[in-house]
Unconditional design. Sequence first.
Length: 461
Amino acid sequence: MRRPPKSSDRRSPSPGNGDRQRDSGAKRGQRNERPQRDGRPQRDSRPPHDSRPPRDEPRKEREGRPGSGRPPRDERPQRAGKPFPDGRPARDGRPPRAEHRGERPQREGRPPRGDAPQRSERPQRNDRPQRNDRPQRSERPLDSERPAKVGGRKRAPKKDKGVVWVPGPNARTIRVEAGRDLAHFLVHSAKGSLSVRAARRLLENGCCRIDGRVETYGSRILQRGEIVEFFLPEDTEHRFDKRRVLLDDVGVFAYDKPPFLPVTPTDAVKSWSLLDILKADVGDLFPVHRLDADTSGIVLFARSKEVAERLEAMFKDHAVEKTYHAIVRGHPLETGTYRSYLIKVAAQAGFEKWKSGRGPDAREAITTWVVERRLGKYASLVKVMPKTGRYHQIRIHFSEMGFPLYGDRTYSDRRDPVHVTRHLLHASRVQLPHPVGGPALDITCAPPRDFAQAIDQLVRL
């Protein structure tokens, strides 16, 4: 049973859309019937729109018109000028800019602008020739008189030869072999006595030159007209030699390391090092410093771990004085010092490359040198005393100075006038305090035979 609706539930119906439209229309019609404000003219009594000044008219032309509310510029009162920063009073009623410029006082000793001599009336310099008397430039040759360029606008590439390189008697000029890679060309030239793997190994050791530049890649494609010269290296296999022992006392063992032999085992598959050779004949040794595989000279070992720790501390504190001899290209200063910070730029298995630069891992390197002898026109024999023992420090510093070591295939352009199979660097002297407390140790070693051979060739150039 439904209950009856309450009085509160009875609501008046809301007007519909039609009622709203009628109400809005009624309000729009009542706008004209609104009372006007006091003091405001009727809409019909306002001046027409055409009589008003246009908005796009310049501001100066609108000034002074009736209704603008602003007098013309000439009738306005002049503003009071501001005082100068130095305390002088302001000038009221400043004259126009043109009159103000004309009233400027002339500087003392300077003639008026109108009395200044014209450019044509100024005196000419006596030491300068007249324009007509100057020597004429040489006329540019016509296009028909110029030598023709090879291949259109591109110039012919220059021959990539050494500075004074002269091919030897075993050099060969590429003719019908053009297009063959270098490794197989060497195998064919050796008439079966050399394998491709052996040829690539020899190339990596710098035993081949093409047009005077050392080439180490066996995949290099030969071009017609190139001159290839191949050098068979000597037997580099080393065995223990008692004559190379420089010191074996007080727990210190010094040995004259030959080139092409690393001090410690490397990551190579068949690695043979100086440490392995010495252990077989001398016994247990502990290396305290290292030299590059191609660097010859003095290497120190310790007989016990206690002596090894003392020697390593001496190297770390720069208490060990090392002297090297090197043959560099060119003529550096008689003596000097080179200082830089070295950073690593490349690293692979068994290979690293550094250069001078900046960075969080940069290491300071200081190298001093003295020239001992000028070897002809293209080389010098220098004595090097590094103050620090950074990786490849001597080779990097001389290369950056423009005097790379002969035979350096990493930090030079490989354009040496004479052919050498390694970089010519030799550790000739080591001075250090006695590890047990005795007199200081002074160990010396003469350069190997390849130094004398290179010096003989460079002097005769």
